[in-house]
Every structure is written in structure tokens, then in C-alpha cells.
Design a protein around this ligand. Structure first.
Ligand SMILES: [Zn+2]
Length: 210
């Protein structure tokens, strides 16, 4: 089987994020750049409970199927655009995680207010609205990720969240951090105005964990 290692990694990460409730129903999609320069990505409309490793589709950077029996995710254009534009990115994790979706629907950026922001590399911006399944949404994501500041994750307006990484583990950690941040920020906003860290406090925190 072509790109067996990456297919397994994508499948396993989806099982993990599904168990954590970050991806559900048929939503969310994960991909990883393969050693051969293709992309291993979730199939379209597949249920997580019944998905097999061989169901993961291999596409080229234009989204054309290279190997696989199923159709690639409807959000493949967003993934392939990111891989074409960012050679340093080797993994993309997209979720409709519940708390991220709340803030994304309000257009609320998550400021730098606690340690988990380190896993994202700063605050979590919100993209402009673009229709799911189009390349326009990939362009909106890239504009948000490039900032400044350049960050590893963004909320997608009225849609969910996305994170990128040099490795699948890095992108997955950023996706998990976004949901932790969104949940905490959302809860804090119910009680009052959350305190945002100052530039000096952020620098001090970064120095400890760099
Ligand atoms: Zn989506």
C-alpha cells in the first residue's frame, strides 16, 4: 500500500481526536504530507467508527487522487493550498471542535492568556468567512496564520478550527490546545473579562518554555 506509514498516522490521529470529541459525525479532516511529496487525507463523508487505514486517500498537491478507492475530503482544496504555499508544513488538522465553533461563530479571536497559547505560537486569530470546500477558505486560513504574528492555528469563521505543523504531532497538539483555549476563554467570558498576558509576561513565559 502506498504511503502506508502516513496513512496509518492520519487514521490513528483521527481515532484519537474522535475519542476526544474534537471531530465527530463526518466533520473535520486531517492530512499529512507523504515522503513522496503527496498528501494522505481523510476520505469524503466517511464515518470515523467504520474507517479503515486503507480508506485514507493519497492525492497530489493539486488534489488529484494518486491512490485510494474513495473520494478525498471535500475540504482537500484547503489542505493542498496550504501544502503548496508552505513547504515547511507537513501536517494539517481541521476540526469543528465545539468550543472553537462557538468562538468562530462570534468572530472572537482568542488572546494570549495562558500556557496553552505556546502550543499555538500566540493568540488564535479568526479567518474571514469563506465557503467550505473552496480554495478561498484556504486563502483565508493562510492570511490568518501568517498574521503577524505567524501562528500555527486559527479559528475558521462560522466553521471550526485549523492547525498546521512541521509534524502531525505538532499540528495535533495545536488543535487540542485550541479547543482547551476556546473552552476556557468561552467559560471565562461568562463570568467577566479574562486577563490577557502583557508583552513582558509573554516574553518571560516563552523564555521558560523555549
Ligand atoms: Zn470543515
Amino acid at each position: 500500500m502506498l504511503a502506508e506509514k502516513e496513512r496509518y498516522a492520519v487514521w490513528q490521529t483521527m481515532q484519537e481526536l474522535h475519542a476526544q470529541g474534537l471531530i465527530y459525525l463526518k466533520s473535520g479532516n486531517i492530512s499529512e504530507r507523504t515522503a513522496s511529496g503527496h498528501v494522505a487525507i481523510k476520505p469524503s463523508g466517511a464515518s470515523y467508527e467504520r474507517m479503515e487505514v486503507e480508506d485514507i486517500v493519497i492525492v497530489d498537491l493539486q488534489g488529484q487522487v494518486v491512490d485510494g478507492q474513495l473520494k478525498p475530503s471535500s475540504e482537500t482544496p484547503m489542505h493542498t493550498l496550504i501544502y503548496r504555499e508552505c513547504p515547511e508544513v507537513n501536517a494539517v488538522v481541521h476540526t469543528h471542535a465545539p468550543h472553537a465553533l462557538v468562538l468562530a461563530s462570534l468572530g472572537l479571536e482568542i488572546p494570549f492568556f495562558c500556557n496553552e497559547n505556546l502550543l499555538v505560537g500566540g493568540p488564535v486569530p479568526v479567518t474571514e468567512y469563506a465557503c467550505a470546500g473552496t480554495e478561498a477558505i484556504g486563502q483565508a486560513v493562510l492570511r490568518a496564520l501568517f498574521g503577524p504574528p505567524r501562528v500555527k492555528a486559527a479559528l475558521i469563521r462560522n466553521h471550526g478550527a485549523i492547525s498546521v505543523g512541521a509534524t502531525l504531532e505538532e499540528a495535533t497538539l495545536a488543535a487540542q490546545a485550541v479547543e482547551v483555549l476556546a473552552r476556557a476563554y468561552h467559560a471565562a467570558l461568562q463570568i467577566g473579562e479574562p486577563t490577557v498576558l502583557t508583552e513582558a509576561q509573554i516574553e518571560e513565559l516563552c523564555a521558560v518554555y523555549s
